[in-house]
Design a protein around this ligand. Structure first.
Ligand code: MG
Length: 424
């Protein structure tokens, strides 16, 4: 079973008025947050982040740890939205926790911002997390060396932080725990004062994690103390590997391992940590998580759906429950829909009248060619009736017309049945 021993230290430094770093060190979950923002915003942001992480992390998985960081982001973003004094507050958050990886103990690591997790393994210090800062980006692009980045005037510009936006991208890693490994979580107040060699030397020198944390903070403050400094030192004092396999690895390693005395672990203080075989640490590179579905996203999606639904409904209504009168070939017809259609809904013929294009008074032709909108089928009928009346009124009413009498008679009779026959 994996067990930890740990120690914590923090200091306001020699320049700042307040300590805006916050720390979490419960058994199995450890975090450092470095807040920013005026009017106590930084202090509130970092404390809210670690408190939310502690409360939200209830399932021992890396996914749950990532989710807890996203919950912390939600909490900060909401709080900043409620209080104008806290607008723009944000924080870094770097955490490690014991998680279950398919029945095997793992250390889940999450990071947003430029607080760091280091691993001291076999006396070698390596940074597990990647900083989300301008200088780190330039360093990764090969435009700055690590030494240049360490003293760059814009090294405090972050490219990611909690509380700034409604969503946040969280990096995560999984690391195999080995007895004898020592982890350090720290705020930038440490590594902006001390280089990696100094940090590593201090971690190697002091076996007690509490002493190591206090000494790191003390030296950083002594060196400059230009920022708040916070350190959590976590030792893996036991791991969950098979003792027989560990013993075999120990025997093999003992044969040529003369450096055992230089290792971090002090045999007197520990449960006989065996030398460890090389392990993939961390397992894979950073995994970047961006929560795609929060309650805000859900609410937004719902609103969009309602608006889209209303729009589709309106279009469908307009496309199927309105009418117009127009020509269908040479006949006047009543259509269901709108002239030319509405998006994908094409008009359909509801009724064809006996009136032909030739019957229609010339003043009305263009109106019918465009399509005369009517709100209902009854209104369309009324329009057709008025059109019919107009046609009747304009039609020669007696045989004194200039047209031949036979044609006129035919026309009058034909109006009832087949009016197009009346037109020469
Ligand atoms: Mg700081």
């Amino acid at each position: 079973m994996t067990r930890f021993s740990w120690g914590v230290a923090t200091d306001v430094g020699r320049v700042r008025q307040a300590n805006e770093d916050a720390v979490l060190a419960d058994d199995g979950v450890f975090a450092v947050a470095d807040g920013m923002g005026g009017h106590r915003g930084g202090e509130i942001a970092s404390q809210l982040a670690v408190d939310t992480l502690r409360d939200a992390f209830t399932v021992a998985s890396t996914d749950a740890l990532v989710e807890s960081v996203q919950d912390a982001n939600d909490a900060l973003f909401d709080r900043a939205g409620e209080d104008p004094d806290l607008q723009g507050m944000g924080t870094t958050l770097c955490a490690m926790a014991l998680v279950d990886g398919d029945g095997r103990d793992l250390i889940g690591v999450v990071n947003v911002g430029d607080s760091r997790l280091y691993l001291l393994k076999d006396g070698e210090l390596r940074q597990i997390t990647e900083d989300h800062s301008l200088v780190a980006t330039l360093e990764r692009q090969g435009r700055l060396t690590r030494a240049e980045a360490a003293v760059h005037p814009q090294r405090n510009i972050l490219t990611r932080a909690l509380g700034i936006d409604s969503t946040v991208m969280v990096d995560s890693w999984e690391v195999l725990p080995f007895a004898g490994d020592r982890y350090l979580i720290c705020s930038d107040g440490l590594f902006n004062e001390l280089d990696d060699a100094r940090i590593a030397a201090t971690l190697r020198k002091l076996a007690d994690p509490g002493e190591a944390a206090r000494e790191l903070v003390r030296i950083a403050v002594e060196t400059g103390g230009r920022d708040n400094v916070t350190c959590v030192v976590v030792d893996v004092v036991d791991d969950d590997r098979d003792p027989a396999a560990a013993a075999a690895a120990a025997d093999a390693a003992d044969a040529d391992d003369d450096d055992a005395a230089d290792r971090l672990s002090d045999p007197a203080d520990r449960t006989d940590p065996p030398p460890v075989p090389p392990a993939p640490v961390p397992i894979g590179g950073p995994v970047r998580h961006q929560r795609s579905f929060t309650w805000r996203v859900a609410l937004f999606a719902l609103i969009v759906l309602v608006i889209a639904g209303a729009a589709v409904g309106a279009i469908y209504f307009a496309g199927t429950n309105t009418f117009y009168v127009g020509f269908s070939g040479e006949q006047v017809a009543i259509y269901r829909g709108r002239p030319g259609g509405v998006l994908w809904i094409q008009p359909t013929i509801a009724e064809v009248t006996t009136i032909t294009r030739a019957d229609v008074p010339s003043a009305r032709v263009s109106e019918l060619e465009k399509g005369k909108d009517e709100a209902s089928i009854d209104d369309a009928h009324n329009y057709v009736n008025r059109l019919q009346d107009q046609i009747e009124q304009l039609r020669p009413s007696t045989t004194t017309t200039t047209a031949p009498p036979t044609t006129s008679t035919t026309a009058t009779a034909a109006t009832q049945a087949a009016p197009d026959e009346s037109t020469p």
